[in-house]
Design a protein around this ligand. Structure first.
Ligand SMILES: Cc1ncc(COP(=O)(O)O)c(C=O)c1O
Length: 387
């Protein structure tokens, strides 16, 4: 009954594991959740208050499909300042989540006969949506030895006359890796040479612990061919508000707007009013969260390195530890299942992020120190300690 295209869609292990963990909880087991990628901090009060005010003011109807003008202006200003670039509000399209914009980008730019290069391991929606578009998904392996960056020679070898789009994500989900300038330059040069568009998924830009954030959009040759995707989910703990945005080369704006018109009409209007406050109001909650995440990262990485069979390099960004588990002798899937069922710790198998993720598990540290400490004690109990 289904079209072949629809058969290509794949799920996301974070939601699968969450469901399994909740079933175990319903059966009485106490689970520590390190599987889901959302900050444990609440949405800041001033943002919630702005949403309540927007509801009281009657902002409950459809809005302009491209996004509220005042939100697009705030995004252009703030996103430009963060990246040291100038954006026009006309380049901004607001949508119900960054995920929607990933879908628009891949479908607007690639189809049967085309190739799209994407990071492996990587956010599962990339591979799934590329396959759905009919294009060929070309995985670009990320390597632990280089802090989960890619090898630039390997990248160049994957580029062909059919490459239409290259997807970058830095800081990265699931590895926490951060790309360096030479990586961005290699992609920008190849993109200019082969007329390739770049999709830069920058949703974790605030979560950079060791070096300042750098966008490929500011690299020579990438200007004019880069689509920046970002959103409110992670930075402002607004995952449920469903709000993301893209900053686009002007020629693509109308098409992205049409995707909105055909799929969602517009992003939630009162969420957009609250998002203006998120961008223009005080930023101390973002700074406090990032500082807390840095401490958790340091604790978790150190503790993981004391567990038998596990080693973990410090991730430079995002809020995930991607731990090497080859020393346990188990596959990623088997270990993730064992940790959930026998220790009550929900983590994700690295293999669920692509074949280069085999040999790893992803642990989200977007949870309290207390819970991280308890999770480590359970892992030590199951696998043993080395110190
Ligand atoms: C790399 C990456 N991009 C996009 C998203 C989705 O963001 P949103 O909630 O805005 O759809 C996520 C969420 O986990 C992510 O990890």
């Amino acid at each position: 009954m289904l079209h072949e295209r629809a058969r290509q869609l794949a799920g996301e292990s974070a939601f699968d594991v969450l469901r399994r963990a909740q079933e175990l909880e319903a059966a009485g087991q106490e689970i520590i959740h390190l599987e889901i990628g959302q900050p444990d901090f609440p949405t800041p009060d001033h943002v919630k208050e702005a949403a309540v005010q927007a509801l009281a003011d009657g902002h409950t109807g459809y809005g302009p499909s491209q996004g509220l003008p005042e939100l697009r202006a705030a995004i252009a200003e703030k996103a430009g300042a963060l990246r040291g670039l100038e954006f026009s509000p006309d380049q901004v399209v607001v949508a119900p989540g960054a995920k929607a914009l990933l879908f628009y980008t891949i479908n607007a730019l690639a189809g049967p006969g085309d190739e799209v290069i994407y990071p492996d391991p990587g956010f599962p929606a990339y591979q799934s949506v590329i396959a759905h578009s009919g294009a060929r998904a070309v995985p670009l392996p990320l390597r632990e030895e280089t802090g989960f960056r890619f090898d630039t020679d390997e990248f160049r070898a994957l580029v062909s006359d059919r490459t239409r789009l290259v997807i970058l994500n830095s800081p990265q989900n699931p590895t926490g890796g951060v790309l360096e300038l030479e990586d961005l330059e290699a992609v920008a040069a190849a993109a200019a040479e082969h007329d390739i568009t770049i999709l830069s998924d920058e949703i974790y830009l605030h979560f950079c612990y060791d070096s300042p954030f750098e966008t490929i959009a500011s690299v020579e040759n990438a200007d004019g061919r880069t689509i920046i995707v970002d959103g409110f989910s992670k930075t402002y703990s607004m995952t449920g508000w469903r709000l993301g945005f893209a900053i686009l080369p002007p020629a693509l704006v109308e098409t992205f707007d049409l995707y909105n018109v055909n799929i969602a009409s517009c992003a939630c209007t009162f969420s957009q009013h609250a998002a203006v406050e998120a961008l223009r109001g005080p930023q101390d909650s973002v700074l406090a969260m990032v500082s807390e995440f840095r401490q958790r990262r340091d604790f978790l990485v150190d503790a993981l390195n004391g567990i038998r069979g596990i080693s973990c390099a410090p991730p430079g960004g995002a809020f995930y530890a991607f731990a090497n588990i080859t020393g346990t002798g188990m596959s990623s899937d088997d270990l993730a299942t064992k940790l959930l069922v026998e220790a009550g710790v929900a983590v994700l198998s690295g293999a669920s992020f692509g074949s280069s993720g085999e040999g790893y598990i992803r642990l989200s540290y977007a949870t309290s120190m207390e819970k991280l400490g308890a999770a480590i004690a359970r892992l030590e109990g199951l696998l043993g300690k080395t110190r």
